[in-house]
Design a protein around this ligand. Structure first.
Ligand SMILES: [Zn+2]
Length: 424
């Protein structure tokens, strides 16, 4: 563990915790659900906060047609007419560039009755936390990025390198914002994305691909159902095949995923069959997601699922004559990782330890897809997640981020910026 330098201590003393909480509350009050007009409104508002902090900003209209048509476009699950990109910069391009990335879009609040007070976008600060949709996933992390840069700058430190603060839309439905930011040419020597990790370091994310299966049966009146063919009964054979595939794919997971009982889940999320209670269903549509293993190419994952669906045919002649149609749609998250012993892991780990009585943070993988795979895979930027809050509270009612964790992450980011970028 490295001692905190005098410069780092000066930057830590310049952190304005009240401002961090205030900005986060206000940002949560803008309901920037993926694909809604408030995504753009939140970007415009946040650009103002970047300027307040002294950053040079680039706010641009993402060229939607061209971006969506790009062969590497990672997919999306909502329709947008427009979207804004936003990057704030501070420092000197001659030295190393550290990227702090965070998404400003949030998922819908769900059943409001399950939120205490019935308000999903209150931004209320109480019980030691900030509450509202996006508090931990990940407006807390995004605001922590800003607060850390603001503190280093306020302390009057002259960085040798540069910090880029990237605020992106469309992370929740595929990664539009980070993809567009890379397309605009923004690169760095390392990147931190403060998704909610409970201040653990996550240098590896499994991927997830969304698929749709269509199957046919033959309809008859239910009173003579044996004369028809139920698409639902035929699906059962396919489902067993998928279940075996999931077991096989999780038999020997990467050591980074030891803590998860099922690192690469294969799950059916929707199932629609038939059109009348007393008819044998002649059609079925099932939609689901399959996890992508570390280091596995998306094409290999797709082929595995398609082979499993074909295997069901061997057990059922009906399926040979009426093949299952497999379609890949929506968010297509590849997996992504940097090695556990990468210097960026060491840097953030050391910064965390020097601020927490020498206690090293946990380092492990995550079973979900994230923008990390775009930063590493397309951008070639070593990237990790380290942020405040628990993923269990993300996408859930009463989402919140604990203040202690929020401010703790700001401190680690401050120390990481000073050490990574260097100073005069
Ligand atoms: Zn997130």
């Amino acid at each position: 563990m490295t001692e905190l330098s005098e410069t780092t201590q000066r930057a830590l003393a310049a952190i304005d915790e009240d401002a961090t909480e205030r900005v986060l509350s206000e940002l949560i009050r803008i309901p920037s659900i993926s694909g809604s007009p408030e995504e753009a409104a939140a970007q415009r508002w946040f650009e103002g906060r970047m300027r307040d902090a002294g950053l040079e900003t680039d706010l641009w209209e993402i060229p939607m047609a061209e971006t969506l048509a790009h062969p590497d476009f990672p997919g999306s699950e909502v329709t947008r007419d427009r979207a804004l990109g936003l990057v704030g910069a501070w420092g000197d391009e001659e030295g190393p560039t550290l990227v702090l990335n965070g998404h400003i879009d949030v998922v819908p609040p769900g059943d409001l009755a399950q939120w205490s007070g019935g308000d999903a976008f209150s931004g209320a600060v109480h019980h030691g936390g900030v509450y509202g949709r996006g508090a931990c996933d990940m407006k807390g992390g995004l605001v922590a990025n800003l607060a850390a840069i603001a503190a280093v700058r306020r302390a009057g430190i002259r960085l040798r390198g540069r910090v880029l603060l990237e605020s992106v839309v469309g992370e929740e439905d595929g990664g539009l914002g980070t993809f567009a930011t890379l397309q605009r040419g923004y690169r760095g020597d390392a990147a931190i994305i403060p998704e909610p990790t409970e201040q653990a370091i996550i240098p590896a994310c499994a991927g997830a691909l969304t698929f749709r299966l269509r199957m046919r049966g033959r309809s008859t009146h239910a009173s003579v159902r044996t004369e028809g063919v139920s698409a639902l009964e035929k699906f059962w054979g396919v489902w067993r095949s998928l279940d075996e595939l999931e077991k096989r794919r999780n038999a020997k997971p990467d050591a980074m995923f030891e803590r998860f009982p099922l690192p690469y889940p294969l799950s059916i999320g929707t199932l629609h069959a038939g059109n009348w209670p007393s008819s044998v269903p002649d059609d079925l549509v099932a939609e689901g997601r399959i996890g992508v293993a570390l280091g596995e190419r998306v094409e290999e994952t797709r082929a595995e699922l398609e082979r499993a669906v074909l295997a069901a045919r061997a057990r059922d002649p009906w399926l040979s004559e009426h093949p299952v149609d497999v379609e890949w749609f929506g968010g297509q998250f590849a997996s992504g990782f940097i090695p556990r012993d990468h210097s960026l892991v060491g840097l953030v780990s050391d910064a965390h330890a020097s601020l927490n009585d020498g206690a090293l943070p946990d380092v492990h993988g995550a079973p979900y897809g994230s923008d990390l795979r775009l930063m590493v895979g397309l951008g070639g930027i070593p990237t990790l997640h380290y942020g405040p809050g628990h993923v269990r509270h993300a996408h859930a009612p009463n989402e919140h981020v604990p203040l202690r964790a929020l401010h703790g992450v700001v401190r680690t980011l401050v120390a990481s910026i000073v050490r990574f970028c260097g100073h005069d």
